[in-house]
Design a binder for this molecule. Structure first.
Ligand code: PLP
Length: 444
């Protein structure tokens, strides 16, 4: 901390002058300046407290003292690049591995979710010798050049976007407004069959599948929870048969958030093991730290290219001390169990309000990963985009921070720090209930 606290207007002016305009900030029409944070709360320059329901980066709670101490004391002792032998990287990798299926035993530490997915793609290309990639409609995997093509959520809407013929987009497994819905007799198979067709068409044109990359639960795409065993079918039946591998992107949803399991891909059953798992955001509790975990086989094929893989900051002693502390706090404070209990409570409370509010279309969640989809018409599913923005804005006025996402920006997205409590849930749901009571769907 520099010790200097600028007037909010100065911060805004300096941001406009020196920070790239493409970087949107929450509530851009009336930004909040945050100067401090603790647990599930953030504080503005007037020390006004906000309840944070969206900041999944502060996974175990903002500025958790054990995480802060672990980072600070390691920083005072040593930080260096990962060419030197040091204990933290191996201890952290070992601990991380204990949360994953045995086969996933080799870690590559990087500094952001985008870097992790970029590296995962390179591994898939090298391992399979193939080039084609399957991604999902409304997926987001990061902002670096290799990921633009496989992130339809952000990039395919650009007027200048030209589809890369090596990338194939499968329907988002959204059982509320997607191609196959809850009333379909077997949506998991139907979504898996779409992938089979894609592979078939790609092969007819001479393509060969290197990888299928999918978020275990789709986050920016609208808190989508695929039907049971969809990924398992994608992987085992179709992608592997075509010689490709499966990359599970856990950047948003990993680390105990889903409550019943440590990783969201485990919701597909114990026998479902991706070939590569990428992770980011929560792993460093706000400190830049990410990782690619894969099998020995994939790692050896990657290294056999003759290229030396090196990442200056990836896996440095400070990052790994922080990562270890995060894992220890999750365990010690049973935050995964808390996510299950509090997330379940949130969904059940929202369900109680569903019938009385014409705007509530769908409620879906696993642990503290919850989506509330607002619609203007429960049959036509017309997205209530303006209404969702209004809810977010009014919550912010009452010092509750929530966001709306999905392709129509009509899904209220709950991904609070994992120390969120039932009292926090009571407060947020009461406010949402009150706000929805005063908002009517805009006629379409
Ligand atoms: N993967 C998913 C699922 C994400 O949601 C994001 C970021 O929002 C990324 C990857 C990219 O991570 P980062 O912003 O750390 O590069």
């Amino acid at each position: 901390m520099s010790g200097v606290e600028l007037e909010k207007s100065t911060t805004i002016d300096l941001r406009k002058k020196h920070i790239g305009p493409s970087c949107k900030i929450f509530f851009s029409h009336e930004p909040i300046k945050i100067v401090q944070a603790k647990g599930q709360y953030m504080y503005d320059e007037n020390r006004q407290r906000y309840l944070d329901c969206i900041n999944n980066v502060a996974h175990v709670g903002h500025c958790h003292p054990e995480v802060v101490n672990a980072g600070a004391s390691q920083m005072a002792l040593l930080n260096t690049n990962s060419r030197f032998l040091h204990d933290n990287i191996v201890l952290f990798a070992q601990k991380l591995q204990s949360t994953l299926p045995e086969k996933l035993s080799v870690c590559y530490f990087v500094n952001s979710g985008s870097e992790a997915n970029d590296l995962a793609l390179r591994m898939a290309w090298q391992y399979t010798g193939h080039k084609d990639v399957i991604t999902l409609q409304n997926a987001y995997h990061g902002h670096v050049s290799s990921l633009i093509d496989i992130s339809p959520y952000k990039f395919h809407q650009m007027s200048s976007y030209e589809m890369n013929p090596r990338v194939h987009v499968a329907p988002s497994p959204d059982v509320y407004r997607g191609k196959y819905r809850r009333d379909h007799p077997d949506p998991a198979t139907a979504y898996a069959d779409e992938v089979k067709d894609i592979i078939h068409k790609a092969e007819e044109k001479g393509g060969k599948i290197a990888a299928f990359i999918a978020e275990s639960l789709q986050s920016c795409g609208g808190q989508v929870i695929p039907p049971w065993a969809t990924s398992k079918k994608w992987q085992s039946v179709h992608v592997r048969k075509a010689g490709g591998i499966f990359i599970a992107d856990e950047v948003q949803v990993g680390f105990g958030r889903v409550g019943t399991h440590f990783w969201a891909f485990q919701l597909q059953g114990e026998d479902f093991v991706p070939d590569i798992v990428t992770m980011g955001k929560p792993i460093g509790n706000g400190h830049p730290l990410s990782c690619v975990v894969t099998t020995r086989e994939v790692a050896e094929a990657f290294m056999s290219s003759g290229m030396e893989y090196f990442n200056t900051f990836g896996g440095n002693p400070v990052s790994c001390a922080i990562g270890l502390a995060v894992l220890e706090v999750i365990e010690k404070e049973d935050l995964q169990g808390n996510a299950l209990r509090v997330g379940g409570y949130l969904c059940s409370l929202l369900e109680k309000h569903k019938e009385k509010h014409p705007l509530i279309g769908d409620i879906r969640g696993r642990g503290l990963f919850v989506g509330l989809e607002l619609v203007r018409d429960k049959h036509k599913l017309t997205p209530a985009t303006a209404e969702a923005q209004e809810v977010i804005y009014r919550l912010k006025e009452q010092h509750i921070l929530l966001s709306a996402d999905g392709p129509h920006r009509n899904v209220l997205k709950f991904k609070p720090p994992m120390c969120f409590t039932k009292e926090d849930v009571d407060l947020v749901v009461e406010k949402i209930d009150n706000i929805l009571t005063g908002i009517y769907p805009i006629a379409t």
